[in-house]
Design a protein around this ligand. Structure first.
Ligand SMILES: *Cc1c(COP(=O)(O)O)cnc(C)c1O
Length: 470
């Protein structure tokens, strides 16, 4: 008789097998899902395999096809086969990865995966790291280490005395910084008023002269937060120029490399991130380009002592391993999932060459989709992607159409593509105008998917434009 785990694997297989034929967009309404899922808390228990079958039936049509090949909204990866399978094992093994003695093997896997990632991204080998839930928490770890490092230099013990009465710190970044940086800073007591967002240039980069002026204008110790991969255009800050400027003013340099750090794994894309290894901390995601299941991000910190100083949580009842890694000295969490196991698996499955190929083909497919859609009658490409992030816009055929008309058509075309089930996009506002973002990070995406996606856009665009012209 099939048990619950077998049933779960069968449902998982059906979900994965359906990626190519199922609508990428959910098809069930909120009311429908609510009715099916909230059946009332039962008094008597239900057999485990029944629970699993009921659950799979209840969510039918309510799952977003984000792990599928034609999902280009936000920056969301899929799961390579070994990572998905390793996630199942991680759950079955159920190790508490807080300390070495609670999971020796998992701890060594984490130590190994962290070292392999430093190698892959060519970051300083002495850097420490933490496997966290995502890039926002990786920002939290990097900024906590920065806070510790800068305040120690200023003669202030922030772990003992907190920020009340502490020397003032500030964060300098560009207006292209991801919103998660703000939230991480807020949670650490910086407050958003401590974040100065300097205007970016036409290429979405932080101008070096403005950074230098801002550093000179105020004596307060600063964190300079730079971008490796702008969230809309994939642009990189100029690390070779900016990091030396920041360091000359005693600043700590933190890099948001949520997906952009992966440029380091590709010989072709690596020049975009030249000099990034001179930063002090780096935040990246594994659930994006590494294609492991949610949730998975990593922080790296060059000054391991600052990192450990900010995070260390060793209490008397916790045995400190003589050898092996106690993750709670590096992580914000106490008890936690053995999150690095999927990363270890994905790195083994792909190898260096596989990661490079994944990065290169994602970039090529993004460019092909942007150029392909941009060449359609009534469409325009707003960038020529240098990485895996592109933007396109659709135009109203109305004579004398205004930007607002083009905005409306852009939103209607994206909605029509999504409604077709063929591909999935999410629009943004870029330079004051609506634009459709094209993010390619999924290992499943193929040339065929590019063709199918451009065809779906062509059809949706023609329908919307006919409707507008009529
Ligand atoms: C996705 C993303 C983040 C946030 O990552 P989470 O994993 O969602 O916390 C931060 N910065 C950039 C550039 C991103 O693309």
């Amino acid at each position: 008789m099939p048990d619950a785990l077998d049933r779960a694997v069968a449902h998982a297989r059906a979900w994965i097998a359906g990626h190519d034929t199922r609508s990428v967009a959910p098809t069930a309404s909120y009311a429908e899902l609510k009715r099916r899922i909230d059946v009332g808390l039962n008094d008597e228990g239900v057999a485990p395999e029944q629970v699993i079958d009921d659950l799979a039936a209840a969510v039918e049509g309510g799952l977003l096809g984000s792990p599928s090949a034609r999902f280009f909204a936000w920056v969301i990866g899929g799961s390579v086969d070994s990572a998905l399978a390793a996630d199942v094992l991680t759950t079955a093994w159920d190790q508490n990865q807080g300390i070495y003695v609670c999971g020796p093997a998992a701890s060594v896997v984490e130590e190994t995966a962290g070292a392999w990632l430093k190698d892959l991204f060519d970051l300083p080998r002495e850097a420490s790291f933490a496997f966290v839930t995502g890039c926002q928490m990786a920002h939290g770890v990097g900024l906590a280490a920065a806070r510790h490092g800068l305040l120690t230099r200023a003669g202030w013990d922030v772990e003992t005395h907190g920020l009340f009465g502490a020397p003032r710190l500030r964060i300098l970044t560009s207006d292209r910084a991801h919103g998660t940086l703000d939230r991480a800073a807020r949670l650490l007591g910086f407050g958003t008023a401590a974040i100065q967002k300097l205007p970016s240039d036409a290429d979405n980069r932080l101008p070096a002269a403005a950074l230098e002026r801002a550093l000179k204008a105020d004596d307060a110790p600063a964190v300079v937060a730079l971008n490796a991969g702008d969230l809309i255009t994939g642009a990189f800050d100029d690390f070779e120029t900016q990091i030396p400027i920041a360091h000359a003013h005693g600043a700590w340099v933190h890099v948001d490399g949520a997906f952009g750090l992966f440029a380091r794994a590709s010989a072709a894309k690596r020049p975009l991130a030249a000099g990034i290894d001179n930063a002090d901390s780096w935040a990246t995601d594994m659930h994006k380009w590494m294609n492991v299941p949610y949730d998975s991000g990593v922080a790296f910190v060059k000054d391991a002592a600052a990192h450990r100083g900010a995070m260390s949580a060793t209490a008397a009842y916790l045995s400190v391993a003589e050898e092996g890694r106690d993750a709670l000295d590096w992580n914000p969490e106490h008890s936690r999932r053995a999150r690095a196991i999927t990363v270890y698996a994905a790195l083994r499955e792909l190898g260096r060459d596989g990661v490079e190929d994944l990065v290169d083909r994602s970039c090529r497919f993004c460019r092909d989709i942007v150029r392909g859609i941009g060449a359609l009658d009534g469409a325009e490409a707003l960038n020529d992607p240098q990485l895996n992030m592109g933007i396109v816009r659709f135009l109203s055929p109305k004579p004398g159409a205004t930007d607002a008309d083009h905005d409306a058509v852009t939103d209607r075309v994206a909605a029509a593509i999504n409604a077709s089930g063929e591909a999935y996009f999410f629009n943004t506002t870029w330079n004051g105008r609506r634009a459709m973002r094209v993010a390619v990070v999924n290992w499943r995406t193929t040339e065929d998917d590019v063709t199918r996606t451009v065809a779906a856009a062509k059809k949706a665009l023609a329908e919307v434009r006919e409707g507008v012209a009529a």
